[in-house]
Design a protein. Structure first.
Length: 403
C-alpha cells in the first residue's frame, strides 16, 4: 500500500481530531478528489505555495496550499454562498465526486471575487495603524450576504444625540483588569493546582465524537505522561482506527493499512494530546496581555491574547468567577484573511482532585473538521503498558507455497 492510499483512508478522521488543523485541512472524501494530490502533499509536510500546485492563481500567490481550502470556506461563509457561486461545476468525475474546474474564469463572480480580494489587501496594507486590532475581512461588510448592507434600517428608534440613545461602552478600563499572572493563578487553582496535576501519571477517557455527515465514532483515549498517547475510534465508515505515539514515533492504522507518521503529523498528534492536560496553558506567559472581558454564553470571561512569531494569534477566555478556561480561539494569518479555529471547554467535573471538561468542542471554518468530544468516563492513574503505544509489528510474509 502506498503512503497516498493509506493517507486517503486515515485523513478524514485524522484531520478532524488534530489541533492546529491549518497545516493539514483537506478532507479525504468528496472535496479531496477535487483538491487533488497537493492536499495530501500538504498533509505530509510538503506545503508548497499554491501557485505551484494549482492553476490560474493570480491574487493569492505565496499562500501555502494547506491554507487554500479553509480560506475559500471563510470567503464562502462570509458571503453566505457555496463553491459554485464562483467556480464551475461540471457534473461528476469517474470516481463519482464533483468535477470542479477550479481554474476556469468563466463566471463573472470569480472575476469580481479577485477584485474584492485585491481591495481587502489594499485596505489592510494602507491602514495598518487603524486595523491593528483586527483586519478588514470579507465578513466585515457582507455579514453572510452576497450584497453588503451600507445603511441602517429606517425608521430609527432614536438618534444618537437623544436621551436613550446607544449606551456608552461598558468595557472595563486597563486599570480595573487583573494581570495575566492573577488570571492564570486563579485558573491553575480552579482546576486543582499544579501539585495535583503533577500526580496524574495516566488518563483514560471514553466517550464519543460528534461530527458532520453522520460521523459519530465511539472513542477511547489513553494518555501516559509525559509523551505517550493513543486514540482508538470505532467508526461505521472505516472500522477501527488507531493513532498513537510512543513519544519518539507516531503511527496510524485502519482497515486499509498501517503507516508511520512523518514529523509534521507527529507534532500535530502531540498537540492534540494537550487538549486533555489538566492545565492547558503552558508557562511562560511571555507576550500575553489581558485585553478586556467578553460574554461566553451566560458567563463573563477575561480575554487574554498573545501574538506568535508564526503569524498566529491566540485568545484565551477565562470565567471571571470560577477562573476556568472556557474557550480558546486561534487565528492563523494568511496572505489575505486570518482563519479562525475555536475550542470550547464545557461541563467541568472533579476527577481525583482535579477538574476536567467532559465536553470539548472544536469549531473550524470547514464544518467537516469540527468535532464535539463528549466523554462519559474519565479515569486517572490507570495502569497502562508502554507496549500499547508502540506500532504493531508488520504482518509476517506468507510462507512460499510448495510447487
Amino acid at each position: 500500500m502506498t503512503r497516498i492510499s493509506c493517507m486517503y483512508a486515515l485523513a478524514s478522521i485524522t484531520l478532524g481530531l488534530l489541533l492546529g488543523f491549518m497545516g493539514a485541512n483537506f478532507k479525504a472524501t468528496g472535496v479531496s478528489a477535487a483538491a487533488g494530490p497537493s492536499s495530501l502533499a500538504a498533509q505530509q509536510g510538503e506545503d508548497k505555495p499554491v501557485e505551484q500546485t494549482k492553476k490560474n492563481i493570480q491574487v493569492l500567490k505565496g499562500l501555502p496550499t494547506s491554507q487554500l481550502m479553509p480560506l475559500m470556506n471563510l470567503i464562502a461563509a462570509s458571503l453566505g454562498v457555496k463553491c459554485d457561486h464562483c467556480h464551475v461545476l461540471a457534473g461528476k468525475n469517474a470516481e463519482g465526486f464533483n468535477n470542479w474546474i477550479w481554474e476556469s474564469d468563466d463566471k463573472e463572480t470569480k472575476r469580481t471575487a479577485r477584485r474584492m480580494m485585491q481591495m481587502v489587501l489594499s485596505i489592510n496594507n494602507t491602514n495598518r495603524a487603524d486595523f491593528r486590532d483586527g483586519p478588514v475581512t470579507c465578513y466585515t461588510c457582507h455579514r453572510g450576504q452576497k450584497e453588503p448592507v451600507g445603511l441602517p434600517s429606517l425608521p430609527l428608534a432614536v438618534s444618537a444625540h437623544e436621551d436613550g440613545g446607544p449606551p456608552a461602552s461598558a468595557r472595563p478600563t486597563a486599570a480595573s483588569l487583573p494581570t495575566v499572572e492573577q488570571v492564570m493563578n486563579k485558573y491553575v487553582a480552579a482546576v486543582g493546582g499544579r501539585e495535583a496535576a503533577a500526580k496524574l501519571q495516566s488518563t483514560v477517557l471514553k466517550g464519543s465524537y460528534e461530527q458532520s455527515q453522520g460521523r459519530n465514532p465511539v472513542v477511547e483515549i489513553n494518555i501516559k505522561r509525559p509523551d505517550k498517547y493513543l486514540i482508538v475510534l470505532n467508526t461505521k465508515q472505516q472500522g477501527v482506527i488507531y493513532q498513537a505515539t510512543n513519544g519518539a514515533t507516531g503511527w496510524a492504522r485502519s482497515s486499509r493499512g498501517q503507516q508511520e507518521m512523518n514529523a509534521t503529523e507527529l507534532a500535530r498528534l502531540k498537540q492534540a494530546a494537550t487538549l486533555y492536560n489538566v492545565i492547558k496553558v503552558a508557562e511562560p506567559y511571555t507576550g500575553m496581555t489581558v485585553t478586556g472581558t467578553e460574554r461566553i454564553g451566560d458567563r463573563e470571561a477575561y480575554v487574554l491574547e498573545r501574538g506568535e512569531s508564526n503569524g498566529r494569534t491566540e485568545k484565551l477566555f477565562f470565567d471571571t468567577e470560577t477562573g476556568l478556561l472556557l474557550r480558546r480561539v486561534v487565528l492563523t494569518g494568511t496572505v489575505l484573511l486570518p482563519i479562525p479555529e475555536q475550542t470550547d471547554f464545557e461541563d467541568y467535573r472533579e476527577v481525583d482532585g482535579v477538574k476536567l471538561p467532559y465536553t470539548i468542542r472544536t469549531s473550524n471554518i470547514d464544518t467537516f473538521f469540527s468535532v464535539t468530544r463528549k466523554f462519559t468516563e474519565i479515569k486517572n492513574n490507570v495502569p497502562l503498558d508502554d507496549a500499547r503505544f508502540n506500532p504493531p509489528p508488520a504482518p509476517a510474509a506468507p510462507a512460499p507455497q510448495k510447487p
